[in-house]
Design a protein around this ligand. Sequence first.
Ligand code: ZN
Length: 276
Amino acid sequence: MLRLLPFLWLAGCLGTAEPETADVPPPALADTASARLAEAPAEPDTTERPPLPDQFVRLSEYAPGIAQEMRYTTAYNFVGEPIDGYLAPECILTERAAEALAAVAADLAPEGLGLKGYDCYRPQQAVDHFARWARGSDASMKTAFYPDEARGALFRRGYIASRSGHSRGSTVDLTLVRLPAADAVLTSFPSPDRLARCDAPRGERLDERDLDMGTAYDCLDPQSATARASGAVARNRQRLKSAMEAHGFRNYSKEWWHFTFWHEPFPGTYRDFPVQ
Ligand SMILES: [Zn+2]
């Protein structure tokens, strides 16, 4: 059980400090667990966590050194509210993808680099939520996520689809950070009236505490195309891409942060169990 302690510390940071998660139904016994942690770093009670489908794992238990900032449990995303199906800030992946991701992190560590994940397995109900939003009229988060794209064009441009590879469990959104990776996890986010453009130069956009990737995460804009970069930004994107490719992930060319495991165990299965 000792190996779970680093994970719990990280999960505690995420769970207690994100103000945007107020509307998200808390996971069962979250308050009790937090209080227990605050009193003493006792062994965690994981018995209440619902079982996952066969061959799926929680990355926090599998590779606790990989930081997690699960954005879709918060309101800081392009929809502007917590996304359906995300009941807890947990990165869930197929075991094969998690194993490969742990190997990527191990390769990067000697350089003082680590990984911060933003999204992993995504239930179909979340994908449906995105699609419903795209057909609506809300544009409250436009500046921070699609400054130059019309909301209605996001489908056509390939940023939103009726199905997502994330729902197959072997796709992950992530960035490169300095170690210790947990220090790079944001615990508060700007309110909708204080948004910065996601494609603004570093220092002017939200500081996501990662290496300079040229845009913020989920910036649905041509500037996020992996190859559309120069100088340090190009090198950082390439470092992430080559590290991921070395362990069997392929990048989506329009999004520097999006990678799918080549040998995914369920290439045709789109799932809808909640993230918890
Ligand atoms: Zn993605």
